[in-house]
Design a protein around this ligand. Sequence first.
Ligand SMILES: [Zn+2]
Length: 444
Amino acid sequence: MRVAAYCRVSTAQDDQLHSLAHQQQYFAEYISRRPDWELAEVYADRGLSGTSVRRPAFQRMIAAAQAGKIDLILTKEVSRFARNTVDALAHTRALRKIGVGVVFIGDNIDTRQNDGEFRLTIMASVAQEESRKTSERVKWGQRRSMEQGVVFGCNQIYGFDLRGGQLTVKPDEAAVIRMVYHKFLHEGKGSWIIARELTEAGILPPRAKDKPWSSTMVLRLLRNEKYCGDLLQKKTCTPDFLDHKKVKNDGREEQIYLPDHHEAIVSRAVFDQAQRELQRRATKNGQYARHSARYWCSGKLICAACGSRLTPRRRQRTDRSTYQVWTCRTRVQRGSKGCAMHSVTEDTVCACMAHLLAELNIDAAKVVEDAAALTHRLTGAERAACRAVPADGTQPGSLIYGTLLERIVVSEDALTVYLCGVEGAFWMEISDWKRGVFSACTRL
Ligand SMILES: [Zn+2]
């Protein structure tokens, strides 16, 4: 195996420990202990932290890996390998795709092992703290503008034109919005039915013009305060970790509410009535309340028949208790003529995940515990924050399963499960879809 090493070196005269010579010696010795390993090259960049932007040696190493000249990379710590754990994760994922593993000696992580990426992922979920600090100043300036009513972040708001931070009503889209409120309040229709009717009427949905209307899109129209002329700023925020995705601002940043900010599309009375009605229907059947919840496997279940994602639904048993199922989106939108794939119960998915954890010998509780300690050390995040993540993960379910699961393809008689950081896939044959019994598990 051709093994490369990556390190950061100090150019200070008196810093012997972090000199290039010392690092080279360290890795040469480390590699010589393994008879099947051969030292390819020690790549060294100046500056001790991973934060410096220009890292020519790192770039050369990645190029060498892509050219097939390296099989494995050794490095001391995650914090030296990349700017943050998120970057580290992005690099290790890209490297894993071309068959190159990374070993973080000090952190005891090997991305070739089943739980290597899993550990890194957990660290990334807490590493948001790091990046929050760095983007604080930018946000402060933005906040001042927001308080003055400048609209941020959403360059496409259905029903409005946004130019220079100002909203103006688009008459044709405004008519659709008023129709949606009418259908909801006066015809008693739900979001799924309204979505279907809009698609059937040939009305183009917001943004994705080639897709049908979804119930989520309809609910957004019913919930967005902009339609009654108000403006709520900071609905989402960007914790700035993993692909810089926006997340719902669930109180982590203060929101700004500006009433009568711009021209309304529906009256305040109609809007308030819609909010009360949403609330009423939510408490009636629990469906809307659950709608905004993210599930641990959201977006990860794929229909083998039509390629759509599966969407969460609640079903009622004869005793009126409810349970969670996942149903092909095409089937939900167009009925069984659109796609005939059966639903999968949440219990079935969980049973498969539990089986796979056991099969792979992953001691979930221990991994979570290790990762919490590691996260604290790496990110300097408060101990409580590190513990908060594992707390719900020690119960089998959401955190562990969600982190480990990459994708499940649902077919006629089986689930094909792909796990993060685990080669190949698992073919879980299901003998009873209703009760979630599987009869065989084969590694592909
Ligand atoms: Zn389907």
